[in-house]
Design a protein around this ligand. Structure first.
Ligand code: NAG
Ligand code: NAG
Ligand code: NAG
Ligand code: NAG
Ligand code: NAG
Ligand code: NAG
Ligand code: NAG
Ligand code: NAG
Length: 439
């Protein structure tokens, strides 16, 4: 907690500059957000989103200077200008590390795929060579930084120049691609991705996998780049998937490409718990087998959970996965009592900070406007008890319609517009919310 004091204080100061983002009028993208969780049986009424506030352009963080580019990158940044600015906002200065997994990095990856895809129309290549990749990645970072993004997005998102090359995929020429892959079938499956159903039905994902498999099986000898060691088939398939995504992006307009790519990465995002679980020794000591002191056990649990709260914002479905993984780990260590119930652990306790904000499960972006600055959406369905896994079961899957997941955070579609009037809170209150979330 201590680490974050200065972070919190920054926000406190900045909070004074803000006005509340009344999303109906300012945060347009909120309207598009709908919920995923088809299996939800809500036990609470949905609460309105509360957009989080961040600095206006008055802040010293936005470096509006014109970046000096290498002159050696042939990607057309103008063609994906909207995606670039969306990425800059999603990866905005000090939110970037805490929005990395759900918002910033998926958007950055989508933008890179689109830039390369677009350039393939002229270069006829779905990859960059390593020298070119270095220049381009550095230029992308400079442009993003000049629009307010964190200086270290490459590091935050673990993107290296190699990620813009063909890596181990044996095919990267557009003509070869189109002679190997049934491109009309691929395009039909992927030109529109329904972000709710795609994650379960995998229509586009299966088409991409098929295409990537075909590409990866192409005779490697025809690749004259002189690869020394032929990597594992699974690595090749993964690398070819990137090529497929770029091809898709080149065949869609930038805005559709962005929707499709974010929809696809979102399926991966929600399948996992991105938190790192620290050493549980103390909790196990106080809570395993017969609990002798409920106070001591819950104190240990609270302190454990507060370590998780230092990590990042997560989506409501990720929180569910985190609750399931931690529960399973505790059970394996002989903590058999439902310590979530005993100690009143809620789903949002798994997200950043005590009064945590769970991000919506559908792709969402930070938004920027002159009056409200940078804001993003929290799905404030408070106090939904973290479900304790039954024995050693698999984490509940939101694709299994017969599974009853008690009180998963409610779908967010209902909120679009409906509750917006309630959000016209005095700015005093919005400062309080920021304090609550960040101090
Ligand atoms: C703005 O960013 C550029 C690099 O993109 C850097 O050279 C310059 O010093 C920055 N200016 C300020 C005021 O931070
Ligand atoms: C880059 O894209 C923009 C918008 O699509 C277009 O007007 C411009 O001519 C392109 N520039 C180059 C060098 O291809
Ligand atoms: C940018 O991200 C790094 C983490 O990689 C973080 O330490 C730093 O504070 C962020 N920059 C700003 C301006 O918040
Ligand atoms: C890498 O790509 C750039 C841009 O397409 C090209 O100018 C350059 O010759 C290529 N370098 C190599 C080593 O192929
Ligand atoms: C970039 O490539 C490295 C390996 O070359 C990989 O570990 C990493 O996950 C890739 N990053 C992204 C964002 O795909
Ligand atoms: C966890 O912490 C305990 C003592 O605090 C230590 O003995 C143990 O080795 C640690 N376990 C791991 C896996 O780090
Ligand atoms: C769990 O309890 C059983 C029986 O009480 C014991 O044999 C086992 O070692 C314990 N496991 C752990 C991980 O503490
Ligand atoms: C769905 O959940 C039910 C009840 O929990 C379980 O019996 C069934 O095996 C699950 N189906 C799948 C496909 O996981």
């Amino acid at each position: 907690m201590r680490q974050r004091v200065s972070y919190g204080l920054n926000l406190l100061l900045l909070a004074l500059l803000f006005s509340l983002c009344v999303y109906e009028s300012h945060c347009g993208s909120v309207r598009d957000v709908e919920a995923i969780a088809p299996v939800i049986s809500p036990s609470v009424n949905p609460q309105p989103f509360l957009p989080l506030l961040a600095p206006s352009p008055l802040t010293p963080f936005t470096n509006g200077s014109v970046p000096t580019l290498s002159g050696l990158c042939t990607l057309n940044f103008t063609a994906a200008g909207d995606m670039m600015s969306k990425t800059a906002t999603d990866c905005w200065a000090f939110f970037a590390p805490v929005l990395a997994n759900v918002v910033c990095c998926p958007q950055l990856e989508a933008t890179l795929a689109t830039l390369i895809g677009h350039s393939s129309k002229y270069s006829r290549m779905l990859s960059l060579n390593i020298t070119h990749a270095k220049h381009c990645l550095s230029d992308v970072e400079k442009i993003l930084e000049s629009q307010g993004a964190n200086k270290t997005v490459q590091k935050i998102c673990s993107i290296q120049p190699e990620n813009l090359t063909e890596a181990s995929c044996p095919v990267s020429k557009v003509d070869a691609f189109e002679s190997i892959v049934d491109s009309s079938k691929l395009l039909a499956a992927c030109q529109k991705v329904d972000p709710v159903n795609e994650c379960c039905q995998q229509v586009c994902q299966n088409a991409i996998l098929d295409a990537a498999k075909k590409l990866s099986e192409t005779n490697i000898a025809t690749n004259l780049e002189g690869v020394h060691v032929v990597p594992e088939q699974s690595t090749r398939i993964d690398d070819c998937k990137n090529i497929v995504l770029r091809w898709l992006a080149s065949n869609l307009d930038p805005s559709s490409a962005n929707k499709v790519l974010r929809g696809l990465s979102n399926c991966k995002v929600n399948k996992v718990c991105p938190l790192v679980f620290p050493n549980m020794t103390h909790v196990v000591k106080e809570c395993a087998n017969v609990i002798t002191s409920q106070t001591a056990c819950c104190k240990a649990m609270d302190s454990y959970v507060s370590q998780l709260q230092e990590q990042s914002f997560i989506t409501n479905l990720q929180a569910l996965n985190c609750a399931a993984s931690l529960g399973a780990k505790l059970q394996k260590a002989n903590v058999s009592n439902n310590v979530y119930e005993l100690c009143h652990i809620n789903l949002k306790d798994f997200s950043l900070q005590e009064s945590g904000c769970l991000l919506p499960s559908l792709p969402s972006d930070a938004t920027f406007d002159k009056t409200s600055g940078v804001s993003f959406i929290c799905d404030l369905n408070d106090n939904i008890a973290a479900p304790w896994p039954s024995s050693f079961s698999e984490p509940p899957s939101s694709c299994n319609k017969t599974t009853k997941i008690p009180a998963v955070p409610k779908a967010t579609s209902a909120q679009s517009g409906l509750y917006s009037k309630n959000l016209m809170l005095p700015s005093f209150f919005s400062s309080l919310v920021i304090l609550k979330l960040f101090l």
